[in-house]
Design a protein around this ligand. Structure first.
Ligand code: GLY
Length: 258
């Protein structure tokens, strides 16, 4: 999608099984009541940014399915159905195939290797694909062939071991600026961009979400917030997503925007 100019978002409500999802964090189990309240606030923030939000029902059989960004990548004329790197998440993509099938929206599918949507950043005609524990070189190559057929350029960007997804450590926030965790600031593949480098003690806020001239940022990042406030955003919306961070989630992976 071109540079954060989204009009729609799809989200999936967290299920009661969310507490059994995958996580590397040691922050303890999520409080479900709070998670649901935070999810409602997140949806409200997307709506405040003028997105039309489609909220899908919770799926008990897929504890991580609220992290819907990992299941698909949206382009103006097709959706890429991913092949998640975690076995327990593989079946989530069938839900997305059915969703797009019902409305007749064309889909392409990753049929070999693995690829999570959280490892993908689409910037106009150029797609950045993170190589991570979830997205392997086979998945990146398969995606690359699909992108070649659709006339997109693509670049593979390895991410550090400690990160789960590319979008945990890099995001586009408009005006040719990438917000980066310190570990990604010097990567050659990203050298043509200006950078907002978040400090180590605010690394979690590299996962921010720009929507038009608004930006959503996770709570607990005062230094970054101060820097953002000197930039030209209409609104900076701070959101508490503590219960999703406990399950390795962030602001971007809670929605699929187009
Ligand atoms: N809990 C999010 C993920 O590991 O995919």
């Amino acid at each position: 999608m071109p540079l954060g100019l989204y009009t729609k978002a799809i989200v999936r409500r967290p299920s009661a099984s969310f507490v059994n999802g995958l996580t590397r964090s040691e922050l303890g189990p999520p409080d479900m009541e709070l998670a649901l309240a935070q999810h409602r606030t997140y949806v409200g923030a997307l709506e405040d940014c003028n997105l039309m939000v489609q909220e899908l029902e919770a799926k008990e059989e897929f504890p991580d399915s609220t992290f819907i960004e990992d299941t698909a990548v949206m382009f103006p004329d097709f959706a890429l159905i991913t092949r998640p790197g975690a076995e327990s998440r593989r079946g989530e993509v069938e839900l997305m195939k059915r969703l797009f099938g019902r409305i007749g929206f064309p889909c392409e599918t990753i049929d070999s290797g693995t690829l999570d949507g959280g490892d993908v950043i689409v910037l106009d005609d150029h797609v950045y694909i993170g190589l991570s524990k979830r997205t392997n070189s086979g998945g990146a190559r398969t995606f690359g062939r699909i992108l070649d057929n659709h006339g997109y350029k693509w670049t593979v960007v390895p991410i550090p071991n400690e990160a789960l997804h590319l979008r945990e450590v890099v995001n586009y926030i408009g005006n040719r600026i990438l917000v980066c965790a310190p570990s990604m600031a010097m990567r050659n593949e990203l050298e043509s961009f200006d950078k907002l480098i978040v400090p180590d003690d605010e690394a979690h806020c590299a996962n921010m979400l720009a929507i038009g001239d608004n930006v959503l940022i996770p709570m607990g990042a005062p230094k970054t917030l101060k820097k953002l406030s000197r930039m030209n955003y209409k609104r900076i919306i701070e959101l508490d997503i503590s219960e999703f961070q406990k399950m390795d989630g962030g602001l971007t992976c809670l929605s699929l925007r187009s």
